[in-house]
Ligand binder design. Structure first.
Ligand SMILES: NC(=O)c1ccc[n+]([C@@H]2O[C@H](COP(=O)([O-])OP(=O)(O)OC[C@H]3O[C@@H](n4cnc5c(N)ncnc54)[C@H](OP(=O)(O)O)[C@@H]3O)[C@@H](O)[C@H]2O)c1
Length: 233
């Protein structure tokens, strides 16, 4: 299978690429060319820039992508009265507009083949809300809404669309956002029922399941992978 993963240079995206690369062809994207050059197939793209995003769309159309994993994302911790317009533009562009646009480019080939998988990496912040992260929460909640609509629209073509919502994950983003917030890491861990961060490998494992034949009936779902965070302390 041809699998395109956005944000494959580190963290969750890299773990997904590593877990799927033995039996599939990986197409990796990100901004950091140096990190991307470890992949055989890669495309450098800043998802917040329309021109670059459109070129990545063409790359997707040309490469017969069977599975699209919209993983790249950005986080910003900022109180609502402190945000500016360009921050809104950046977060919504990378976390919401880009996944929808790239999906639109991947779908024609999947429809033709009558098989396809779209997996979005959302966040528990898009399910529950996160104080001080309204832009991020709104962008991820948008992804969950889009997932449900697309699942309905594409069901007849054998294409499934799902969102995985990680809680805190042990990556650069997870650790930096934990530092930016008002709580210490110890206080944060107290709020997570399993008292731990999820690992990127666990998210990759869920992706592996969702692209498997066993998961063909799973579509339109918003799957929380959060060490219990979504159900209480
Ligand atoms: N870590 C957590 O606690 C956590 C929790 C819930 C959800 N998530 C979600 O999981 C996904 C992956 O997060 P992560 O923890 O693996 O983060 P990470 O370690 O910071 O990695 C983010 C990835 O996204 C890419 N990226 C960021 N901005 C980009 C842009 N403008 N254009 C193109 N690529 C861009 C980065 O690549 P370059 O630097 O090469 O551009 C990198 O590969 C995100 O959608 C995030 O919201 C993470």
């Amino acid at each position: 299978m041809n699998i395109l993963i956005t944000g494959a240079t580190k963290g969750i995206g890299k773990a997904i690429a590593e877990s799927l690369s033995d039996t599939n062809t990986i197409f990796a994207t990100g901004r950091n060319q140096k990190l991307l050059s470890s992949y055989e197939n890669y495309f450098v793209c800043d998802l917040s820039k329309q021109e670059e995003l459109e070129k990545l769309g063409e790359y997707i159309s040309q490469n017969k992508i069977d599975i699209l994993i919209n993983n790249a994302g950005e986080y910003i911790y900022s109180k609502i009265d402190e945000i500016n317009y360009s921050q809104i533009e950046e977060i919504i562009s990378v976390n919401l507009k880009a996944p929808l646009f790239l999906t639109s480019k991947a779908i024609p080939y999947m429809k033709e083949k009558k098989w396809g998988r779209i997996i979005n990496i959302g966040s528990i912040s898009g399910v529950m809300g996160e104080a001080g992260a309204s832009l991020y929460s709104a962008s991820k909640a948008g992804l969950i809404g889009g997932t449900k609509a697309l699942a309905l629209e594409l069901a007849e073509f054998g294409i499934t669309v799902n969102t995985i919502n990680p809680g805190w994950v042990d990556t650069q983003m997870g650790n930096e956002s934990a530092e930016e917030g008002d709580w210490t890491k110890e206080e944060l861990l107290e709020c997570i029922p399993q008292r731990r961060f999820v690992t990127p490998k666990e998210v990759a494992g869920m992706v592996k399941y969702l692209i498997s034949d066993e998961a063909k009936g799973v579509t339109g779902q918003s799957i929380n992978l959060c060490a219990g965070l979504s159900v209480g302390c």
